[in-house]
Design a protein around this ligand. Structure first.
Ligand code: UFG
Length: 338
């Protein structure tokens, strides 16, 4: 019988897009999610888009009994682990939550996987593990550091995976370091649904474009970048989801825990992002310059060549597509969720 793929956090922003791609590719999928940052209607939307069913278990990844139960009930061949907390600012206020959810959640998952003889993992890491890089584009062998509890929790998990993989053979772990995921499913049915005031540029900008917020504050225009604003590697979430499928497929050929950048390799400034979204929405988007946000870096974009070599993956969707799909979601999808 075909083995199943366990997707923790499969109802979230990146997880939901990945589950659609997995189902479309014919995988048997078990989603485990505590729905702390996702609406239940996402599950029906995934089923509708893929035109296939999957198993859903409402449980926290920190709940060891539920994890064991999942591995008892299903023949899990590999795990794609998204479940975790992801807001940098919040992590400085609630470090215990971040270490428990992210680190302890992964520790319990790895122990359970080991107990059931499953050693194939695709992990959601982040470009945040590069700290403030000395140069760009960023390659996987650059030094690692963290400046906040969220970043530290990702780095600790990476270290845990590396130590585990060197302690015994057989582990195949892809540490996928995401750059800045944006956009939404082209159907307008899946997307990012930030609770409260968005922290990240694109969700905030989309709300300003829709008239839900008066203007965007650009966090600093005195960085050593072409227009003085921060430069990032924005990546369409559907491309990112496909990167997970490519990683899953490539796992048998990986040795130990292997970090892989998932980015486009192109950097855009905050002002370029505003202009791109203005082209999409067809009207000016109000913005003003404010002070730098503490902890922000000037430039962050990937050297994506390892992903191409090891996974045969590269991003294919451009900035206009990211804006179009993000705007479509903002107008049609987000509000109709329940
Ligand atoms: N920015 C603004 N105004 C805003 C929000 C953001 O000017 O209201 C700027 C930031 O200063 C930065 C750029 O837009 O230059 C992107 O900011 P985001 O918050 O969207 O993304 P970051 O690159 O700061 O953070 C993201 C993820 C983190 C991850 C980090 C490093 O959100 O989880 O990338 O990989 F840690």
């Amino acid at each position: 019988m075909l083995k199943s793929i366990l997707v923790t956090g499969g109802a979230g922003f990146i997880g939901s897009h990945t589950v659609v791609e997995l189902l479309v590719a014919g995988h048997q999928v078990v989603v485990m999610d505590n729905l702390s940052n996702a609406k239940p209607s996402v599950l029906a939307r995934i089923r509708g888009l893929a035109d296939r069913d999957f198993t859903f278990i409402e449980a926290d990844v920190c709940d060891r009994d539920s994890l064991r139960e999942v591995f008892h009930q299903h023949d899990i061949g590999a795990v794609i682990h998204f479940a975790g907390l992801k807001a940098v600012g919040e992590s400085t206020r609630l470090p215990l939550d971040y270490y428990r959810n992210n680190f302890c959640g992964t520790l319990g998952l790895l122990e359970t996987m080991k107990g059931f003889g499953c050693r194939n993992l695709v992990f959601s890491s982040s470009a945040t593990v590069y700290g403030d890089p000395a140069e760009v584009p960023i390659r996987e062998e650059f030094p690692l550091s963290a400046t906040n509890p969220y970043g530290r929790s990702k780095l600790m998990i990476e270290d845990l995976c590396r130590d585990l993989a060197s302690s015994e053979s057989g582990w195949r772990i892809a540490l996928l370091r995401y750059f800045n995921p944006v956009g939404a499913h082209p159907s307008g049915l899946l997307g990012e649904d930030p609770q409260g005031i968005p922290n990240n540029l694109m969700p905030y900008l989309l709300q300003v474009a829709a008239g839900q917020r008066p203007s965007l504050e650009v966090f600093g225009q005195d960085y050593p970048t072409p227009d003085g604003t921060g430069v990032r590697d924005y990546l369409h979430v559907v491309d990112l989801a496909k990167g997970h499928l490519a990683a899953l497929k490539a796992l048998p050929g990986l040795q130990g825990a292997v970090p892989i950048n998932l980015g486009t390799g192109k950097g855009y400034s905050v002002l370029e992002m505003i202009q791109a979204l203005e082209r999409t929405v067809g009207h000016p988007i109000p913005w003003r310059v404010g002070p730098r946000r503490p902890g922000d870096i000037a430039q962050c974009y990937a050297d994506p060549s390892r992903a191409q070599e090891l996974l045969g993956w590269r991003a294919s969707l451009d900035l206009d597509t990211m804006c179009r799909d993000g705007w479509n979601w903002q107008q049609n999808g987000a509000a109709s969720q329940f």
